[in-house]
Design a protein around this ligand. Structure first.
Ligand SMILES: NC(=O)c1ccc[n+]([C@@H]2O[C@H](COP(=O)([O-])OP(=O)(O)OC[C@H]3O[C@@H](n4cnc5c(N)ncnc54)[C@H](O)[C@@H]3O)[C@@H](O)[C@H]2O)c1
Length: 392
């Protein structure tokens, strides 16, 4: 067992040899027998101390493998407030000061969608690993360039979301993999609400409901059914102007309504719809949502994810042997949607490769871009990217 652990860690570290500013952690990790007594924790710098950070900080604070060393925000009082609240020694007003001022192993990027790409690049250039909220870059090509750069710099980059780590995702993926659904024909997934009220960037160029909301369903369906070969989509803007807490009048430039079709090969077709104009009685938090949001049908099965894929409550599965159907995986285990960075940090400390992987995040990014191209051209868009599948 110990040998197996060492092999895991060796394999992981071959891909992530240098952690942080040139510091090798491999010997310490390889020596560690009890992982909770790893003598060097993964040092974490968090950039972007807005809404989502209120979910990340508590989770990271409880992570035994993580040591929060600094915060950063271009609204400096937010960085200072978070540092004080979570007992983090340093805070900075911009990334340049953060990279120069503190040694850390991974940057957790929780900034505006449009800022991710250049901040991720700066961190990688400075030899830091990166966990990025979605999207990891503004285009598929830029994301692929970031991955190539990370390899040159011997660091790694990972991108949200973390939906593939839920027990319900694993159950659905395993059910399809085991052939219990027969020939999978079709799938549908949806996620929407009335849109964030706090920041304008969600509606500006580089924002949009596809990278903010559709991203979850696209990650789930490709994760369960396999990489998409091509995409057709329609997108639109339903609400032309918005008011957000940081801008009295926002011209909506990115799609706030989208419907896309994915061809997963072997005839399997899936549909995702997402948008910022969906009345949802469960609200932005999804509290109490207990209806199916992902449905998959095949010649031998009908399977429905209960709740959202980022906050699932169970899976209903009907088969010829159980026509009325039964509910499975009602225990969420330790999965919560905000756990992505923690999962990666644990992987860095233990050598255990997480299910989240950057090729999958890049594939999802290419699908989002293809959906927009399909809207502009009216055509079906072929995809280049793929990822290691099945994921379970
Ligand atoms: N809010 C949520 O519920 C939620 C959930 C899941 C994922 N996300 C994702 O998290 C990201 C952030 O969303 P949010 O809702 O927290 O937005 P937000 O506007 O509340 O927070 C973003 C923060 O980043 C800071 N920032 C922007 N540019 C910066 C830069 N160059 N350097 C340093 N700081 C900078 C802003 O000042 C702000 O404090 C987005 O990618 C979003 O899609 C949000």
């Amino acid at each position: 067992m110990e040998n197996e652990n060492i092999m895991h860690r060796k394999k992981f570290l071959q891909q992530a040899v240098t952690i942080g500013a040139g510091t090798m952690i491999a010997p310490q990790i390889l020596k560690a027998k009890n992982l909770l007594h790893v003598d060097k924790k993964i040092r974490v710098g968090v950039i972007g101390c807005g809404s989502v950070s209120n979910m990340y900080f508590p989770h990271l604070s409880k992570n035994p493998y993580a040591e929060l060393v600094c915060t950063c925000d271009i609204i400096p009082e937010r960085a200072q407030k978070a540092a004080t609240k979570y007992n983090i020694p340093k805070w900075y007003p911009n990334i340049t000061a953060m990279l120069a001022g503190s040694s850390f192993d991974i940057m957790v990027n929780l900034t505006n969608m449009q800022e991710h790409e250049h901040l991720n690049r700066e961190a990688i250039e400075a030899g830091r690993n990166v966990w990025s909220e979605k999207p990891m870059a503004n285009s598929y090509k830029a994301g692929a360039d970031l991955l190539a750069l990370s390899k040159t710099k011997k660091v790694r980059i990972w991108g949200a979301p973390a939906v593939v780590h839920s027990a319900q995702f694993a159950f659905m993926a395993q059910t399809v993999k085991d052939g219990k659904m027969g020939k999978v024909a079709a799938a549908h997934a949806h996620y929407g609400h009335l849109g964030p009220t706090w920041s304008a960037f969600f509606y500006e160029k580089g924002g949009g409901s596809l990278p903010d909301l559709g991203v979850y369903n696209i990650a789930s369906l490709t994760g369960i059914l396999g990489p998409a070969k091509s995409v057709m989509a329609m997108t639109s803007i339903i609400t032309q102007t918005r008011h957000t807490d940081n801008k009295p009048e926002v011209k909506v430039e990115a799609e706030d309504n989208a419907s896309l079709l994915m061809d997963h090969g072997n005839g399997t077709i899936s549909h995702v719809m997402c948008g910022f104009n969906y009345f949802d009685p469960y609200g932005h938090e999804g509290t109490g949502q207990e209806k199916p949001t992902i449905s998959i049908v095949g010649t031998k099965g009908s399977m429905h994810l209960i709740g959202y894929d980022w906050k699932p409550f169970g899976v209903d599965l009907a088969t010829p042997e159980d026509e009325k159907g039964s509910r499975y995986v009602t225990d969420p285990g330790d999965y919560v949607w905000e756990m992505g960075a923690s999962v990666i940090i644990e992987g860095m400390a233990t050598g255990k490769e997480p299910r989240i992987n950057v090729e999958h995040a890049l594939h999802v990014l290419e699908i989002i871009e293809a959906a927009r191209s399909s809207q502009v051209t009216g055509k079906r868009i072929e995809l280049q990217s793929t990822f290691k599948w099945p994921m379970v």
